[in-house]
Design a protein. Structure first.
Length: 269
C-alpha cells in the first residue's frame, strides 16, 4: 500500500527555491504538515506566503545545514511545534565547476559540508523521531553520486558520500520500519547551475551546457513524491540518469568518453 501524508510532518531542506520549493508544494497538496528549512530568509517568506495561500499547514525555519548546533536546535523546534517527523528530505546542496588542480580546497570543503555533512547533521538530529513514526529519509543525490563528472570533484565526492551514507543507514534502520530513498537526479531547471561555485568560491552566475532532457522542478517533485509514497529504495530521476546508470555500469570507459566530450568546457575555464 502507498504511504499517505495527510497530517504527517515532512521536513525539506533547501526549501526556499528550486526543487525544494516544489517539494514543499507537492507534499502540502497531499495534506502534509510542511517544515521548510533554508538559510535564505527572504525565499522562505515567499514560500510561506504561497503555502498559506494553498491553505497548507506549514512552518519555515532559517537554518544553515552546515552548522550542527543550528541544525540540532532547528529540528528540535520542528518536533516541538509540529510533532514527530515522518519524512526528511535532504535536498540542500551546491555544486562547482572547476578542475581539481585549480580549485581551492576551501571550495571543495564548502560543497561537501552542505551536501554531505548537511545530510548527516539533519538525519542525525531527526533519526530518533523518524524511527518513532516509521518514516522515511530521502537524499537528493545526482548522476555524480554514482559516476564521474569532470570539473565537479567536490560535488561528486559529496554525492557519492551521501549515497554511501544513506545506503548503509538503510541497513541499520530497516528493521525499525524506516525507509531510505536515494534520488539520483539528472538536470533539473533550478538555480543550482547558475550558482555553481568557481575555483575561488564565487558564484559563476551563468548556465552551463547540459545533456538530455532538463526536468522542471514541479515534475521532478512529483516523481520524488510518488517514490516516497511507494517506499522505493532508489529513483533514477530523468532519462539521462537511467541511461547514464546503464552505460556506466556496463561500459565505464565509454561513459567517461561521452561525459568528457559533453564537459569539454571545464578544461577551458
Amino acid at each position: 500500500m502507498a504511504r499517505e501524508f495527510n497530517d504527517k510532518v515532512v521536513v525539506i531542506t533547501g526549501a526556499a527555491s528550486g526543487l525544494g520549493y516544489a517539494l514543499c508544494k507537492r507534499f502540502a497538496q497531499a495534506g502534509a504538515i510542511v517544515a521548510g528549512l533554508d538559510k535564505d530568509a527572504k525565499g522562505l517568506e515567499i514560500l510561506a506566503d504561497e503555502l498559506s495561500a494553498m491553505g497548507a499547514s506549514a512552518h519555515t525555519f532559517v537554518c544553515d545545514v552546515t552548522d550542527e548546533a543550528v541544525v540540532n536546535d532547528t529540528i528540535s523546534q520542528v518536533i516541538d511545534k509540529m510533532g514527530d517527523i515522518y519524512v526528511l528530505i535532504n535536498n540542500a546542496g551546491v555544486s562547482h565547476v572547476s578542475l581539481f588542480q585549480k580549485i581551492r580546497v576551501s571550495v571543495l570543503k564548502k560543497v561537501i559540508d552542505i551536501s554531505l555533512f548537511g545530510t548527516i547533521y539533519c538525519t542525525k538530529a531527526a533519526i530518533d523521531s523518524i524511527i518513532k513514526t516509521q518514516g522515511t529519509v530521502v537524499g537528493i543525490a545526482s548522476v555524480a553520486g554514482y559516476a564521474p563528472l569532470a570539473g565537479r570533484t567536490g560535488y561528486a565526492a559529496a554525492k557519492h558520500g551521501m549515497a554511501g551514507f544513506l545506503n548503509t543507514l538503510r541497513t541499520e534502520v530497516d528493521r525499525s520500519g524506516v525507509k531510505v530513498l536515494l534520488v539520483f537526479a539528472t538536470y533539473i531547471k533550478t538555480n543550482l547551475a547558475k550558482n555553481n561555485l568557481s575555483a575561488d568560491g564565487t558564484p559563476m552566475n551563468k548556465e552551463r551546457p547540459t545533456s538530455g532532457n532538463v526536468l522542471m522542478p514541479d515534475d521532478a517533485a512529483d516523481s520524488i513524491f510518488k517514490a516516497v509514497a511507494q517506499e522505493e529504495r532508489q529513483l533514477l530521476l530523468g532519462e539521462t540518469a537511467q541511461a547514464s546508470w546503464d552505460l556506466y555500469y556496463s561500459d565505464p570507459a565509454a561513459y567517461e568518453e561521452i561525459m568528457l566530450s559533453l564537459n569539454q568546457f571545464v578544461f577551458e575555464e
